[in-house]
Ligand binder design. Structure first.
Ligand code: MN
Length: 723
């Protein structure tokens, strides 16, 4: 085990200005906190955090990361709180420890492929700072190295999790060595027989292979030296898991897999690398299609090297990687190489750093095993994790949602029925409202009631297309049902006046079919709906059933419906004082028009109309949300009547500096624009600003835009907004 001094020396060696006193204090603090605790092996627990800190220092990470490694288990396993850490070691260290602690609490229940990717996303998203992820990886690496003492069941679970989640993450961070070791350690516990097989074969051939490796290294070094190149050549056996994978993929025996070794040639310069490639290809025949130039075209994680496979001595395939010293550093330390000398990262990254780290986004996209890289990308922006949240189902599966999503979105993502009837949620065991905004790592359980139905206000809370679409279509369906009922009632009464029984028509398929055919509707219900919406006049249906006869003068009748309707409209206009002229409905201008309060359309605005029951046509602005909620069947084409002179009431909110004379200028501006104010309400705020609300009649959008533009130009006016 490293002593405090040894650890401080290691950090000081790559980071001369580092606050080594902080490292020593963290060491002593952790030692005290874990005092008396033992690992399953019987060793003192403290050995573990020190080992993790040692791995972190090998990656040459900053002091905060080293301290976080030392302290990573104290909040979870001892009496120490996050507040204690913040007080003792500052925000940065406390923040990193908190991140690692949170990751430790995730329980990876499923190893299904699709889910594994979600878990990886969750881990990255919850890390928030990439250093949290690296500390967690080092923690896992040390745990895997000392896994022997766990129960078999525990071993397999941790090994599977490592294989599915942490090894791929190490790969994405460019930590290839970590990936290899994590894979080999996991392989050993997941598939002990295969592991034993492969390692026996590798061991049995080790002596001859080692000799072979030495021979190749020697001849390569000699040949390059002959050409005047300084170089460093190493060879190594590939890691067991990758050999096993090759055996599986190629369905061959161990003896048939030749490229078990990989050689690395480190050169002084880029041009030397290409020269070395020439030398190697002249020495041994290259295997066609295996040359890759990652120097000219670096991998997204900044990895650079030339790769080639050649038929080496004894016509055995060998892989050779050629790179410079700098490239070697990046290949060994991956992403960690890039922070090495970063003094401080407080919270997120400043914009300058963020730009430097833009490559990280590509890095995440680089790996082959990613099925949907674009989707993953969206969630891995280091300090830009705002876009998605990851939550757990009661079964332990992870689901991703857009940030701001609520239990309604969650419920609909599981099942439409669950969504329709949800009336609350349990979040991490506690009750929560449907409007609750989901947070990373939440365990979500939906509460339902058989009487619950989707509500209009759910549209304010639901974010996902699935939930919103379902709520909308439910609301439309109910609207349609109501209209159908209303239409049927209307029709029944109208038919009754003509001594016809609707019930009789309904009971006779032949009669109903005739009527439908005559009016051009597929079913009787469609006729009801259209009558209910006012698209079809009830008396037209009556005429279709019983063509007009001579009026029976002996019986007093009500005036025809059309006349009645006209009277009602005239009456409404009289009462409301509203001139309904102004909007053309299918070219007809005499309709009862209601302008909605939600979007208050003005002549010039793009508009849509919706037929309402008994209230004529409601006019919305085309982009009004409320309009989208209405049944499209009620929609009618409307246009502003260019001939009509209408004045509509409009409100403008004008924010100004609160200073003398400014209101007079604003008032004057309205006057100059030909507008008479009908109401003005002014309120001075504490921030030295005044909120002014002006109400006036406006002829059209052009006039409104004109006055808004003029107001905006006044010195001291901060904002002009249409209400
Ligand atoms: Mn640990």
């Amino acid at each position: 085990m490293l002593s405090a001094e040894q650890l401080a020396d290691k950090v000081g060696a790559y980071h001369p200005d580092a606050d080594l006193a902080l490292v020593r204090r963290a060491y002593a603090f952790s030692q005290r906190a874990h005092d008396g605790q033992l690992r399953k092996s019987g060793d003192p627990y403290f050995i573990h955090p020190v080992s993790v800190a040692g791995i972190i220092s090998e990656l040459k990470l900053d002091v905060a990361s080293v301290c976080a490694a030392l302290l990573h288990d104290v909040v979870e396993d001892t009496e120490v709180t996050e507040a204690d850490l913040e007080r003792e070691f500052g925000h940065e260290v406390a923040f990193l420890v908190d991140g690692v602690t949170k990751l430790s609490k995730i329980n990876f229940a499923s190893k299904h492929d699709r889910t594994a990717e979600s878990f990886r996303k969750l881990v990255v998203a919850m890390s928030r700072d990439i250093r949290v992820l690296v500390v967690k990886l080092c923690d896992r690496l040390d745990n895997m190295r000392t896994l022997e003492h766990m129960s078999d069941e525990g071993k397999e679970r941790i090994a599977t999790e490592t294989m599915d989640i942490y090894a791929p993450l190490a790969n994405r961070l460019g930590l290839a060595r970590f990936r290899d070791e994590l894979q080999d350690l996991s392989f050993k516990h997941i598939n002990p027989d295969a592991h034993l097989d492969v390692s026996r074969s590798v061991d049995a051939t080790a002596a001859s292979r080692d000799a072979g490796i030495a021979r190749v290294c020697q001849s390569l070094t000699g040949k390059l030296a002959q050409q005047g190149f300084a170089c460093h050549v190493t060879g190594r056996s590939k890691h067991l898991y990758s050999i096993w994978r090759k055996l599986q993929e190629r369905q061959c025996t161990f003896e048939q897999v030749y490229d078990l070794t990989a050689f690395r040639v480190v050169m002084e310069s880029v041009s030397d690398c290409y020269a070395a490639l020439g030398v190697i290809h002249s020495l041994w025949t290259p295997v066609p299609g295996r040359f890759k130039d990652y120097i000219a075209l670096p991998k997204p994680n900044m990895y650079q090297s030339l790769h080639t496979t050649v038929f080496g001595p004894g016509h055995q395939r060998i892989e050779v990687q050629i790179r410079t010293h700098e490239m070697h550093g990046v290949a060994e330390h991956g992403i960690a190489a890039h922070w090495r000398f970063r003094e401080k990262i407080s919270g997120g990254l400043d914009p300058k750093d963020a730009a430097q780290f833009a490559w990280l986004r590509q890095l995440m996209e680089s790996q082959d095993e990613l099925k949907d890289p674009a989707e993953f990308l969206e969630s891995v922006k280091i300090d830009l994790f705002q876009d998605e949240v990851y939550v757990f189902t009661p079964r332990g599966d992870v689901r991703a949602f857009p940030r701001g999503a609520t239990p309604i979105d969650f419920a609909y993502s599981i099942h439409t029925d669950l969504g329709d009837h949800c009336n609350g949620a349990r979040i991490n065991g506690g009750l929560a409202q449907l409007a609750y905004k989901l947070r990373n790592g939440d365990l979500v359980e939906i509460l339902t009631s058989p009487d619950q139905r989707p509500h209009k206000e759910w549209l304010d809370w639901a974010l996902t297309a699935k939930a919103r679409g379902r709520v909308r279509s439910y609301l439309r369906e109910t609207q349609r049902e109501k209209s159908m009922k209303l239409g049927r009632d209307l029709l029944e009464k109208e038919l009754h006046l003509a001594n016809i029984s609707l019930v009789k028509i309904e009971k006779s398929p032949a009669e109903a079919g005739r009527l439908c055919e005559k009016l051009g509707y597929p079913r009787l219900e469609d006729i009801f709906v259209h009558v209910g919406y006012g698209k079809l006049k009830a008396q037209d249906v009556v005429l279709a059933v019983a063509p007009k006869e001579e009026p029976d003068s002996s019986r007093p009748t009500l005036p025809p419906a059309a006349i009645r309707q006209g009277r009602i409209e005239a009456f409404m206009r009289k009462v409301t004082g509203r001139n309904s002229h102004g909007v053309l409905l299918n070219g007809v201008d005499d309709v009862l028009v209601r302008y909605t309060k939600c979007c208050n359309p003005l002549p010039g605005d793009e508009i849509v109309g919706f037929l309402t029951r008994g209230r004529g046509v409601t006019i919305h602005r085309r982009n009004c949300e409320k309009g989208f909620e209405a049944d499209p069947e009620r929609r009618v084409a409307v246009a502003w009547d260019p001939k009509a002179q209408i004045n509509r009431q409009v409100q403008l909110s004008v924010t100004t500096a609160n200073r003398p004379g400014i209101l007079a200028t604003v008032g004057q501006t309205f006057h100059l624009a030909g507008i008479n104010l009908s109401e003005a309400a002014c309120r001075a705020g504490l921030d030295g600003r005044a909120e002014n609300m002006f109400t006036f009649l406006c002829a059209d959008l052009a006039q409104l835009k004109n006055v808004m533009k003029r107001l905006g130009k006044i010195d001291g006016v901060v904002e002009v907004r249409r209400v």
